[in-house]
Design a binder for this molecule. Structure first.
Ligand SMILES: *[C@@H]1O[C@H](CO)[C@@H](O)[C@H](O)[C@H]1NC(C)=O
Length: 299
């Protein structure tokens, strides 16, 4: 090998490096995906429907209210396009907990022409005046569980330092959520029902953390100190991103159990979890149907 051929090899190498750099400079979205995204956005705007888990997504996919059209997969998320009550929607499942919720919502808002976000699912309950199957719409969300751990005996806050961070208020227009109660279900089959008709109600606060709360003392503390009703693992992450991007946001969470037990109902949580998922979906359908103050959505 002479000098010139090794120069040629170096040049090829440099060329390759510069092509790689150029591709990176264009971002991490493959071109065929970029084309699909542009096409979808030209047909927007959309309502983004953000869903935590498969058992909450599935009742909506199975519902006659949802008409699916196409799918775009990107960054480990599946964005499902379709329509509900004549309004264009994008469904996306986050996966469990706060990191997934935040990342997925940011992807949704960065990639797509989304004018509002509806988030729904099930939740633990901290409020003794609510029951399994009830659907709650909190006015504020707190990201809790941001612990300050300290060594015992070295300060006044030796135990849990609980912070309620970030209140996110939302616009509801003049919606009367109590009217939605007529749509909720109380039976999972012909023989197994909860004793009362599940109601739909706005509540003051919900709380999210990457912690599954199954602890009666902690549940009581959240309710007594912060007037929290639903406790779950995603809404504050979705709320934070929507708040930062100034996108209207609502969370609809059906209660599946009294977090930490302490009542006859808590033993029934597993039985009625599908009922709670279904009730959250029914309220989402009703909400999107009545969502006409964003006239831009109406086709
Ligand atoms: C209804 O569901 C309950 C709880 O899952 C079950 O034990 C019962 O057998 C079911 N009844 C019918 C009629 O399917």
């Amino acid at each position: 090998m002479g000098r010139s051929s090794s120069t040629r090899v170096s040049l090829l190498f440099l060329l390759h490096v510069s092509m790689v750099i150029q591709q990176q400079a264009q971002g991490e979205i493959p071109q065929n995906t970029r084309i699909l995204i542009d096409k979808a956005n030209a047909e927007g705007p959309y309502i983004g429907v953000v869903i935590p888990n498969p058992f909450e997504l599935e009742p909506l996919l199975q519902s006659p209210a949802f008409h699916g059209s196409s799918i775009i997969d990107f960054a480990g998320r599946r964005f499902r396009f379709g329509a509900m009550a004549g309004k264009k929607v994008i469904l996306v499942m986050t996966g469990l907990a706060m990191v997934n919720a935040g990342v997925t919502t940011q992807l949704l808002l960065s990639l797509f022409n989304v004018k509002g976000v509806v988030h729904y699912g099930i939740a633990g309950n901290a409020n003794p005046s609510f029951h399994v199957g009830d659907v709650t719409i909190p006015r504020y969300w707190a990201h809790i569980g941001l612990w300050n751990w300290q060594r015992y005996g070295q300060g006044v806050e030796d135990e849990l330092a609980l912070e309620a961070q970030g209140d996110y208020s939302r616009e509801y227009g003049n919606i009367r959520f109590a009217d939605y109660t007529t749509n909720t279900k109380r039976c999972i089959n012909a023989t197994t029902c909860i004793s009362t008709t599940p109601r739909v109600a706005t509540v003051l606060r919900g709380a999210s953390a990457s912690i599954f709360v199954d602890n009666a003392a902690y549940r009581a503390s959240l309710y007594d100190n912060f007037n929290v009703t639903p406790i779950e693992m995603e809404s504050a992450g979705v709320a934070l991103i929507c708040h930062q991007q100034k996108v209207p946001f609502i969370t609809i969470r059906a209660l599946s159990d009294l977090a930490g037990g302490g009542s006859a109902e808590s033993n029934e949580a597993d039985t009625f979890l599908p009922l709670a998922s279904t009730n959250s979906v029914l309220v989402v359908e009703e909400f999107i149907k009545k969502l006409d103050y964003y006239s831009v959505y109406v086709q």
